[in-house]
Write a protein that binds this ligand. Structure first.
Ligand SMILES: Cc1cc2nc3c(=O)[nH]c(=O)nc-3n(C[C@H](O)[C@H](O)[C@H](O)COP(=O)(O)OP(=O)(O)OC[C@H]3O[C@@H](n4cnc5c(N)ncnc54)[C@H](O)[C@@H]3O)c2cc1C
Length: 321
């Protein structure tokens, strides 16, 4: 009989990075995700004929980190592209100065495509919602034994699967995660400054960030994606579509746009980011691992990848040894 595989729950970038590390070590692994495709919070949606990023806006990468060769490979194969290192800063009176930081990378076919690429060849089951993870004689996932189980999920989603008071459940973050709404807005032609890539919006109760989706993707489509403040999102979680007009008004105010968008689309992220991510890269005890952007602070794509990758390496070391 072949050995039970390690089961990774969650096909966001952390779960896929973990599964990749285990597979590369020659260990059997299967990934389960409730969504129709891998990607998690690097998701997008086809709107009006083109893919729009509705989760992470971009990724960054430290030159000397383990993630650097992964990103370099994506760039070399034309999947990822250098977007910009400069964003505008907007306030109540409109656009102010620009701010330069690290290079931000976008993806030609949307950030989800990078996770799909990383998942190539893995045993991945989509549209599978896991209900329960237990440790009796060994770890089980909905009653099926596993060599080990990885919960590559936001803490509130992991909590739903674990018995209250079980060792892994007590490690979960009690401080909560913050919501946001991602609102895509489309025009028939570009209405904003030619040199605008994205804008941090300060002192606005509704919107905190606006990305030029056509600019980051490289096709120049006149589409913006705004992310709301956590406070604004919290008031619209029950009926997010209602938030469209208020977000459109805030975006027009911040960027000085005279014209109403021709269409809007609202996506709700109930658990967009951890309030206080931990410094530790992951948790692993009794055959249960926890990883994702709640670990390896600060919360971002690179941290999620690093968390999953390092957990995968450590699990492989323990399972092989
Ligand atoms: C609006 C927004 C903007 C962001 N902007 C940026 C940015 O600009 N730059 C940056 O670096 N990062 C950004 N981030 C953060 C980045 O997206 C995350 O850090 C990263 O994608 C987290 O990956 P993950 O694998 O840890 O979790 P996730 O991507 O959340 O993956 C978890 C997966 O678990 C699945 N799942 C949940 N419950 C179950 C269950 N019971 N059974 C089976 N599957 C389940 C979900 O479907 C999901 O696919 C942003 C995030 C959001 C939401």
């Amino acid at each position: 009989m072949s050995p039970s595989p390690t089961t990774v729950i969650g096909a966001g970038i952390s779960g896929i990075a973990c599964a990749r590390a285990l597979t590369d070590a020659g260990l059997p692994v299967r990934v389960l995700d409730r969504g129709r495709a891998p990607g998690g919070r690097m998701a997008g949606r086809t709107l009006h004929g083109r893919a729009v990023d509705l989760g992470a806006s971009y990724l960054t990468v430290a030159d000397d980190g383990d993630f650097a060769p992964v990103v370099a490979d994506w760039v070399e194969r034309g999947l990822a592209r250098e977007w910009t290192d400069t964003f505008s800063v907007a306030g109540p009176d409109g656009i102010g100065e620009s701010k330069t930081g690290p290079m931000r990378y976008g993806a030609v076919r949307g950030l989800r495509s990078l996770v799909v690429d990383l998942a190539t060849g893995l045993d991945l089951v989509t549209e599978r919602t896991v209900a329960q993870v237990r440790v009796d004689d060994g770890p089980t996932v909905d009653g099926e034994p596993a060599a080990a189980v990885v919960l590559a999920l936001p803490d509130p989603q992991a909590r739903r699967l674990l018995a209250v008071g079980s060792p892994a459940e007590t490690v979960l973050d009690p401080r909560g995660w913050q919501p946001t709404l991602a609102v895509a807005l489309g025009w028939s032609q570009r209405q904003w400054a030619a040199d605008l890539h994205g804008a941090f919006v300060h002192d606005d109760p509704t919107v905190e960030w606006i990305a030029d989706d056509g600019d980051r993707r490289g096709d120049g489509a006149p589409v913006l994606v705004a992310h709301t403040t956590a406070e604004f999102a919290a008031g619209h979680l029950d009926d997010p579509a209602q938030a469209g007009p208020a977000v459109a008004a805030a975006v027009r105010r911040a960027l000085g746009i005279d014209v109403e968008p021709e269409w809007t689309y609202v996506h709700r992220w109930t658990f967009a980011k951890p309030t206080d991510p931990r410094e530790a890269p992951f948790h692993l005890a009794d055959g249960i691992g926890l990883c994702g952007d709640g670990w390896a602070a600060p919360s971002k794509v690179e941290s999620a990848w690093t968390s999953g990758h390092q957990l995968g390496l450590e699990l492989a070391r323990r399972l092989v040894g």
